[in-house]
Unconditional design. Structure first.
Length: 97
């Protein structure tokens, strides 16, 4: 069973738009994920530290916005982001402890 996706939009301490995703990102909710990006301008922080799964539809959204996004990944997603080549297009870091 798919874990529902929850998206929370805030502003980080540096004044950048931030999106925190919790759950799974797949074809069933990639449109909502993309819409969260569309509602922001300028630099963006995307916290994926509580995402357990992302498919190609979700990865496509990340690639579309890689130029302006900084990603926060968990140890499960970090290798996927690296293998996809996304780490060569944007900053990917692990969540601060």
């Amino acid at each position: 069973m798919t874990t529902p996706l929850t998206l929370t939009k805030t502003v980080d301490p540096q004044g950048r738009s931030a999106i925190k995703a919790v759950g799974e990102i797949d074809l069933s909710n990639a449109e909502a994920f993309a819409a969260a990006f569309a509602d922001t301008t300028g630099p963006l922080v995307v916290d994926l530290s509580e995402v357990q799964y992302i498919d190609s539809a979700g990865m496509s959204v990340l690639f579309t916005h890689a130029e302006r996004a900084e990603l926060i990944a968990n140890p499960l997603l970090a290798p996927i982001l690296e293998m996809s080549g996304l780490t060569s297009l944007t900053t990917v870091r692990e969540k601060d402890a």
